[in-house]
Every structure is written in C-alpha cells, then in structure tokens.
Design a protein around this ligand. Structure first.
Ligand code: S3P
Ligand code: PEP
Length: 414
C-alpha cells in the first residue's frame, strides 16, 4: 500500500502511458478473426489484455507476447472451440466481446470471470444473441455465460438494449462480419451511455477492412466481408491520462505524457477539457460520455472552488464496483460531508483547506483500479492517506505507482 512520504511540489518529467485497454482488446479480437499475421504495437500489457490474449489462445489463435508493448497475432480467421471455460477475470471488454464472438464458434463455449465479474450484467447481450439464432444462457443474468452455436448469427437483423453497457453493441458489431449475409444491428430505444466507445469499435473494424454503413444514429449495416490482417499501433490510454492531467491540475505541475488529448480517439480524452478548468470545474458535469474518467474528476472536485454535481453516471454502479458509492464513501472517509449520493448523481462539496493538512485515512479500493488511481490525487495533497490494495491497478495500469515515483512522488509500500 503506497503512502506519500515526500513533498510533491517539484514533480516533473515524462511518463510513457500504457496503451489503450479498449483498443488493445478490440484489436486483439479483430486480428484473431482475420486470416494472417497482425503485429499490434503500443499495446497494453495488463490483466485485462492478458485475459483476452489467453482466451484467444484457447480458441486456437497464436498470440505471441512480442515485447513490453507488442503482440503478434497469427490466425486462420476462424476460432475453434475450447473444452475448458474461458476465464476472463474482471475484464468487461474481454467477457462481452468474446461472448458475441463465441457465436461464430461451432460448438459450446463457456465464459466466466471472477467474483466481481459474476455480478456484472450480461443479460441484454445474451438476449440479443438469442434473437440472432444463437443459444446463449446466463442463469443469473451475469457470467458465467454458455454459448452454443452452429457457427454464426442465423438471423441477420437484431436489436440490442445497450442502456447498461455499450460493450454489448461493440461486441455484436465485431462478431457481425462473419456469415453469409450482411448483419443489421440497431440499439433499442436509441439509448446508449458512451457512444464514443462505439466509434472506437467502428474505427478498429474499418482499419482491418470491415465495411460498415450507419443507417440511422444508432443503426448499422455491417457487410459480411472478412477482416484483413495488418499491423496496428495502439494509442496511449486516455483513462490513464486523466490521472496525470488531474495531478498536473491539482499541483500545477507539467508532467509530460507525450500526447495531446486531441490526438486520442477514446471518449475519456474529453475529460481534459474539464480537468483543465480546475479549480473552477463546472457546477454540473455530465459523465455519460466519459464514464471511466468520473472517479478522477470527482476526487479532483473535492479540492475545487465550489461544489460539483456529476450527472448521467448511473452506469458507474455496474462497473468493477459501484463507483458512485465507492467515491462517495472514500471521500467521506477523508472528511464527512465531502460527497453525497443523490439518486444516481454524485455531489462533491469541496474543502480546499484540506490541501496541505494531515488526515489519517485508509482508502478502500474495492478491487477497482480506478478508485486506487483516482485517490492518488488526494494522497498527493493530504498527508496521511494510505491507498489499500494498490496492486489492483494491474487491471489496466500495472506500472502506475512506479510511473508516479519516476516523476518524483515518494511513497512507501507496506
Ligand atoms: O468498450 C469499451 O472499451 C469500454 C466501454 C465502457 O463500458 P460500458 O460500455 O460497459 O459502459 C467503459 O467503461 C469500459 O472501461 C471500456
Ligand atoms: C469499466 C471498466 O472496465 P471493463 O468494463 O472493461 O471491465 C474500466 O476500465 O473502468
């Protein structure tokens, strides 16, 4: 568990952020569905991408670890059945993307995850697969999921309810290129949390040769053309960038991450426009289009000039933990009254006088990388804060604490 021991005033230097989790796991899967060899560079190596890579190996694909940020994927373009269940930890992208991809496997595939994943909803994706003529079951509404298929979607026009997760849509899209006819996908009731993640999916698919036309704001026709193997560079992770942007804003430092937010296609890059306004963050922030950045901005908001209400964040309750409750509970652990849950909104009422004070508080992290990484900001300006279970950052950013040390943060681990 890290606890800051040195004054952070002079933080400076460069951090090479890890590659995007969202893009790495999309490109790993798409490369596995393409015939030939794809070199993925700039990739994230972390728990989430390791689970994806290992599952693809179980499905007959050669995935080589070719260095700290590289994968080499060699595939026939067809996934083969695995006798053993695919164990995917708490990697939402891996579970959802592979559940839909399993529809293209002739036979039965079981997908499961850890205790946290077994509480994360998947029923809407299972229903969509059933509507596509595939037998899929998830008795609890959460993983484990069993998918039995003849090898493809027999019904080629379906709808999906994406109100709980955009990943269901991305999953069906990436799997939809296989088959003997085009695939039409529509989001039910035009309701989706983070549209930006669909756009990343479309970009990755197109990069590997997919042919997609948008027929309405949330409807697409996906041609049944095969993916083409290629080399692909993964941009740095925008959600990881938010912690460094937050630290720079809070401490008025200039740690260099080597990439501008405008150069990133991930939705969380939008968080920069808010973070740069600190200590005058807007009074209301709609988090629907930058959900993973909300813990970062909410912890920063505890040191803002005025209160901030976060809206559009109901989906945060079904992430790695209930992030609305976790952020509120841990801010209030630092000082009661800093945060309040109002329905599915989060109200943060700041106290700038906390900066430079000593408050003995153990921050619980709920096995959630983003809670640990976001609360590092508070630990940099308040003495006495300990972040429990710091190893949980391994889900998407195993080198987080080491990177902070490299720019001058002194911390102790117990
Ligand atoms: O598609 C993706 O890569 C992701 C979509 C978002 O999840 P939901 O679509 O479940 O909201 C996000 O929170 C997650 O970290 C990554
Ligand atoms: C919600 C997240 O992850 P996932 O859904 O991919 O497990 C996240 O990384 O914040």
């Amino acid at each position: 568990m890290p606890q800051k021991t040195g004054a952070p005033a002079g933080l400076a230097g460069k951090i090479a952020l890890p590659g995007s989790k969202s893009i790495t796991n999309r490109v790993l899967l798409i490369a596995a569905l393409a015939q030939g060899k794809s070199h993925i560079s700039g990739a994230l190596k972390s728990d989430d991408t390791t689970y994806m890579a290992q599952a693809l190996r179980q499905l007959g694909v050669t995935v080589e670890d070719a260095g700290d940020t590289d994968f080499m994927v060699t595939s026939t373009g067809t996934l083969t059945p695995s006798q053993a269940p695919l164990f995917l930890g708490n990697a939402g992208t891996a579970v959802r993307f592979l559940t839909a991809a399993a529809a293209n496997i002739k036979g039965t595939t079981v997908l499961t995850g850890d205790a946290h994943m077994q509480k994360r909803p998947i029923a809407p994706l299972v229903e969509a697969l059933n509507a596509a003529g595939v037998t899929a079951t998830a008795p609890t509404g959460c993983p484990p999921v069993t998918v039995s298929s003849e090898g493809g979607f027999s019904k080629r026009t379906i709808e999906v309810d994406a109100s709980l997760s955009s990943q269901y849509v991305s999953a069906l899209m990436m799997a939809g290129t296989k088959g003997d006819a085009p695939f039409s996908l529509r989001v039910k009731d035009g309701d989706i949390g983070a549209r930006g993640y669909i756009d990343i999916t479309l970009e990755c698919m197109k990069a590997f040769g997919a042919n997609i036309s948008q027929t309405a704001p949330l409807s697409w026709d996906i041609a049944n053309t095969p993916y083409a193997a290629r080399d692909y560079w993964v941009e740095p992770d925008a959600s990881a960038a938010t912690y460094i942007w937050g630290i720079n804003a809070l401490l008025d430092t200039a740690i260099d991450i080597g990439i501008a937010p405008e150069a990133m296609m991930q939705p969380d890059a939008k968080a920069y426009d808010f973070i740069k306004q600190f200590p005058n963050l807007p009074a209301v922030i709609d988090g629907s289009q930058m959900q993973d950045a909300i813990p970062t901005i909410a912890v920063l908001a505890a040191f803002n000039n005025h209160p901030v209400r976060f809206v559009g964040i109901a989906n945060l309750r079904v992430k790695e933990c209930d992030r609305i409750n976790a952020v509120a509970t841990e801010l209030n652990r630092i000082q009661p009254g800093l945060a309040e849950e109002i329905g599915d909104d989060l109200l943060v009422t700041p106290d700038r006088s906390l900066i430079g004070r000593t408050v003995k508080a153990d921050i619980h992290t709920y096995h959630d990388h983003r809670i640990a990484m976001a609360f590092a900001q508070a630990a940099l300006v308040i003495d006495g804060i300990r972040i429990l279970d710091p190893g949980c950052t391994a889900k998407t950013y195993p080198g987080y604490w080491r990177d902070l040390q490299s720019v001058g943060v002194e911390m102790t681990f117990e």
